[in-house]
Design a protein around this ligand. Structure first.
Ligand code: 6R9
Length: 667
């Protein structure tokens, strides 16, 4: 592969052309399987159509939905960046996700195959889902929830979570789902910011083989100032564990919801009626409440789920392993799949409980055909060893998806080979809480895939890579990823803070949405994501992307996962510090650190050689598996740790800190 321009990310050169070519040495291309291409939901023609008439294309996609009043207007961009999509249309999101399938004679189709962590199972048909959502909608109304009121949802991965979200949507009460792993503090901040009126929670959920309480965190959160407007806490009984009870405030789900009528007439709301607020941490300051609305959001998540997963609702069994508290759970467990009438698996627990083959056992059991997961999970499976998935029959799988972080070529190829029998397409989907739905991804029946690259904007989406001066970079160069045209599922604002919306996303470059990610275009114009711009390191005058060094480390056979940060250094401005998790079986023997440093140097050039490499057992991650590099930077710079409330497991940091002085290698 020839690279004729130096790749830049911000100011200064990143790595030499030659080293980029090395990094992208995975030059294999994978053509779509012939049968998939022949029967694909979406073909290459969609790109042409969308290019010729972008708004017409989206208006056509909006017709996937059932509208109470068909929109006549597609996009109102008269007050950018405050978009209105399908503004004069009216619809009910829950009706679109549930009732219309029942009306179409699909009531007996399974919507959700629920697999509890302890092994309990439940299958919920669309007809049952309609009854449950209707009852829950009545229950919320009985609790005084009115259209526009916010409801906080703090639940494990159980069917009631989906029911609760759809019940909110049905009555036009925006939900704010808070990840069940978050602390009382994080929950309180979110309840306060959204001014929630009701909290829906459970006694607990099952996690790593034991019940893990949720209700105590709600009780504690509601003692904090700012949460006074919460009138009721609706509690699902999941684990049966003891709970404290506030009379008058707390209500059992099975007592209130079960006695409600099974029919509920859905009301149609404006397409710009708010659907949900979802908090995303951002690097500093208070979390941002990303606001999504209904018509445009549902159009894009429905279309992308249909297109990128080639969903055949009558025969596919779809499984997205994300937590519902992450945007991926909102868009690709709840709204996308259900609007398309999919049958899906919902799994409550962790991938290694009670054994490291649990996921593959589930794929085999339900005959899962489409699997959507995160690179962090794929790398964990690599670490546990190839022999584990090999014990299960995974032949039902036909499409594999990835989301959440750049997927390094090594993990991509492993995923395809060991999970996808070396034949299933892997679709690497780039998007954000803010974008609501997928933006950049191959199409499985069209695109020749390249390991490690999200490749091209989906039909109807306009994205590119620009330099500091907002000039589009030529192929073979790097810079900042921007979105150049509004899209239906875009965030509408930050809840209660229009100015922060403008400042965060629309002020860095005029008329362009700044995603905060570094990216590069290869010689074919395909897009490669390079991680958050905030994570770029400055070493002796060179900008180096953490993703590239991590990718180089993971390409070493002994490394399963790597996290790289730049720590302040008197000589070089920043020094590269790497934290690595070794693959199953690889020992932390003498000379390993040297070997890894040499490996990176060989692949990316001496400038990218880490100064320190520390083998660790775990890395600090968010709920969606994103590495919290900020905390690792604190460790590397010997500082007190910053905010750890969004960490899934805070003991990880103690473990890392305890290892620091002895194991670090320095020049
Ligand atoms: C859906 C989701 C968004 C950030 C995004 C980027 C990273 C997500 C990616 C990816 C490379 C992919 N990201 N998907 N990076 N390749 N396929 O993850 O939303 O939690 O808001 O995170 O995640 O850095 O900007 P969210």
């Amino acid at each position: 592969m020839a690279w004729d321009t130096t790749v830049t990310l911000g100011k200064g050169d990143v790595v030499s052309n030659e080293s980029l070519a090395n990094l992208l040495r995975e030059e294999r291309r994978f053509a779509p399987p012939a049968d998939l291409a022949a029967n694909a939901n979406v073909t290459a023609e969609a790109y042409e159509r969308a290019k010729a008439d972008r708004l017409g294309f989206w208006a056509e996609q909006a017709r996937r939905l059932t509208w109470a009043a068909e929109p006549t207007e597609t996009l109102d961009w008269s007050n950018p960046p405050f978009a209105k999509w399908f503004a004069d249309g009216k619809l009910n999101v829950a009706y679109n996700c549930v009732d219309r399938h029942v009306e179409n004679g699909l009531g007996d189709r399974v919507a959700i195959h629920f697999e509890g962590e302890p092994g309990d199972t439940r299958s919920v048909t669309y007809a049952e889902l309609q009854r449950e959502v209707s009852k829950a909608a009545h229950a919320l109304t009985e609790l005084g929830v009115r259209t526009g009121d916010r409801v906080a949802i703090y639940l494990p991965m159980i069917p009631e979570t989906v029911v609760a979200m759809l019940a909110c949507a049905r009555i036009g009460a925006p939900h704010s789902v808070v990840f069940g792993g978050f602390s009382a503090d994080a929950l309180a901040t979110r309840i306060e910011d959204a001014d929630a009126r009701v909290v829906i929670t459970a006694d607990g959920g099952y996690r790593r083989g034991k019940p893990s309480a949720l209700k105590p965190a709600v009780d504690e959160a509601l003692t904090r100032p700012g949460t006074e407007n919460v009138g009721n806490v609706l509690v699902v009984r999941r684990t049966g564990q003891e709970v404290a009870w506030a009379e008058g405030r707390d209500v059992w789900w099975h007592e209130l919801v079960d006695r409600q009528p099974e029919q509920h007439t859905p009301e149609a709301f404006d397409a710009e009626h708010p659907l949900f607020i979802l908090y995303t941490s951002g690097t500093t300051g208070k979390p941002k409440g990303i606001l999504h609305t209904t018509g445009g959001y549902l159009t894009q998540v429905s279309y992308t789920h249909h297109a990128v997963f080639d969903l055949k609702p009558e025969s596919d069994v779809y499984w997205c392993t994300a937590d519902v508290g992450w945007v991926t759970g909102h868009s690709y467990i709840v709204y996308g799949p259900l609007s398309n009438g999919a049958t899906q698996v919902l799994y409550e627990g962790t991938p290694d409980t009670p054994h490291q083959g649990r996921w593959w056992e589930i794929v085999q059991k339900y005959g899962v055909t489409i699997l959507y997961t995160a690179p962090t999970a794929i790398r964990a499976c690599m670490k546990w060893g190839d022999d584990i998935p090999a014990k299960f029959d995974l032949s039902s799988l036909r499409i594999l998806g990835s989301v959440g972080e750049p997927i390094n070529p090594e993990a991509w190829v492993w995923y395809r080979k060991h999970i996808g029998a070396d034949k299933t397409p892997v679709v690497d989907t780039w998007w954000q809480t803010e974008t609501g739905g997928m933006m950049i991804s191959p199409l499985p029946g069209v695109t020749e895939t390249k390991p490690g690259s999200a490749q091209i904007p989906l039909p109807g989406i306009s994205a590119t890579v620009i330099d500091d001066d907002a000039n589009e970079v030529p192929d073979g160069s790097g810079g900042y990823l921007v979105l150049t045209e509004p899209w239906p599922s875009m965030l509408r604002t930050i809840w209660g803070d229009d100015q922060r919306y403008l400042d965060t996303y629309w002020s860095r470059f005029a008329n362009r949405y700044f995603a905060g990610d570094g990216a590069k275009k290869d010689d074919d114009g395909d897009i490669w994501l390079l991680g958050r711009v905030d994570d770029v390191m400055l070493v002796s005058g060179h900008n180096i992307s953490t993703t590239e060094v991590e990718s180089a480390l993971v390409s070493h056979p002994k490394v399963a996962e790597a996290a790289v940060v730049g720590a302040t250094d008197p000589q070089t401005t920043q020094a590269i510090c790497a934290f690595v998790i070794l693959r199953g079986g690889a020992a932390e023997e003498d000379g390993l650190v040297e070997e890894l440093r040499a490996h990176v140097s060989k692949h990316l050039g001496p400038i990218a050689k880490p100064k320190r490499i520390l083998p660790v057992a775990e890395l600090p991650k968010t709920r969606s598996g994103k590495i919290m590099r900020r905390l690792l930077r604190d460790v590397a710079e010997n500082r007190t740790l910053g905010d750890v409330t969004t960490l899934t497991d805070s003991s990880v940091m103690e473990l890392i800190q305890s290892k620091l002085p002895s194991a670090a290698s320095e020049d």
